[in-house]
Design a protein around this ligand. Structure first.
Ligand SMILES: NC(=O)c1ccc[n+]([C@@H]2O[C@H](COP(=O)([O-])OP(=O)(O)OC[C@H]3O[C@@H](n4cnc5c(N)ncnc54)[C@H](OP(=O)(O)O)[C@@H]3O)[C@@H](O)[C@H]2O)c1
Length: 266
């Protein structure tokens, strides 16, 4: 059995990853985590692929919640090892989620200047985007590693980042853009590098991924500035990123890739 954990799986790219993996990896079981626990989209997948998807309520910013998730998996799946952890949960604006646990005001938009910074909102989005992935990965400390499967590398942790978080890419630094997205993704990228260094000995590899601009609730308020051919469907973006993961070799661990498999500088 191949065990995949996807955070942020109730909709958007997380749901897209779950859907793709159910088709591409017929032996896989998908643990689909989000604060809502389930969604119409997940329920459709559950009826299409009975027994292969386990929806769970988990807040990646709460360590007690991520630990409870791993305890539940130990009980339900008998301590199976995780082959792939996709850290997809993320926040950009207040209109994204109707989860009861959402603390961002619905009118919140990413701050584009120092004058509009809101410290409470910044903490909420930073906790999700930059702290959530290492917190979730830490909960799986005893569950993954040393897992061999039909790929050239061992278990993989893939962190959904964004090109705007690249400090080396001046095209993005020169434009005044959302402080929080640039800051959170740069911090997440450093977490990816650190995970790669720490986990390589255990045959666990970590990468950051840039999905392009995909048509999800997260990107809706920003789509008017995107050329139509650059606004990807969830299917295209997630299938492309899975192709990138399938092609990884051990020396790629710690790197940042875009949806087309090109390296993005940090
Ligand atoms: N879409 C794009 O164009 C784009 C571009 C660049 C990068 N990304 C990155 O891709 C990732 C996914 O974005 P998306 O477009 O799929 O967003 P989305 O459609 O809004 O989905 C976000 C997902 O994250 C979950 N979530 C939010 N906070 C959570 C928390 N604390 N704990 C657990 N789950 C949580 C949401 O479910 P609940 O609300 O039920 O918790 C939902 O399932 C993000 O990290 C984003 O930064 C996306």
């Amino acid at each position: 059995m191949k065990l995949v954990v996807v955070s942020g799986a109730s909709r958007g790219l997380g749901l897209g990853f779950a859907s793709q993996l159910l088709r591409r990896a017929p032996q896989s079981t998908i643990v689909a985590a989000s604060r809502s626990g389930t969604s119409d989209g997940l329920e459709r997948l559950m009826s299409e692929y009975p027994g292969r998807i386990l929806p769970v309520a988990c807040d990646v910013t709460e360590q007690a919640s991520t630990r409870a998730l791993t305890e539940q998996l130990k009980a339900d799946l008998g301590g199976a090892k995780v082959d792939l952890l996709l850290n997809v949960a993320g926040k950009l604006h207040g209109g994204q989620s109707s989860a009861a646990a959402e603390t961002l005001p619905s009118e919140y938009m990413p701050e584009r200047s120092l004058g509009s910074i809101d410290a409470t909102a910044m903490q909420s989005v930073f906790a999700t985007n930059a702290l959530g992935p290492p917190v979730l990965r830490a909960a799986f400390r005893t569950l993954s590693g040393a897992v061999r499967h039909a790929r050239r590398v061992g278990a993989i942790v893939a962190n959904l980042s964004a090109r705007v978080g690249s400090i080396g890419d001046n095209r993005h630094l020169n434009s005044a853009g959302p402080y929080q997205e640039k800051r959170d993704q740069a911090a997440l990228n450093m977490a990816t590098v650190n995970m790669a260094i720490e986990l390589r000995r255990r045959d666990v590899y970590a990468v950051s991924l840039h999905p392009g601009t995909a048509d999800t609730g997260l990107s809706v308020p920003f789509q008017k500035n995107v050329r139509p051919e650059k606004l990807f469907t969830v299917e295209y973006s997630t299938a492309s990123m899975l192709d990138v993961l399938d092609g990884l070799s051990p020396s790629d661990s710690g790197a940042f890739f875009d949806y087309a498999g090109a390296r993005v500088e940090y």
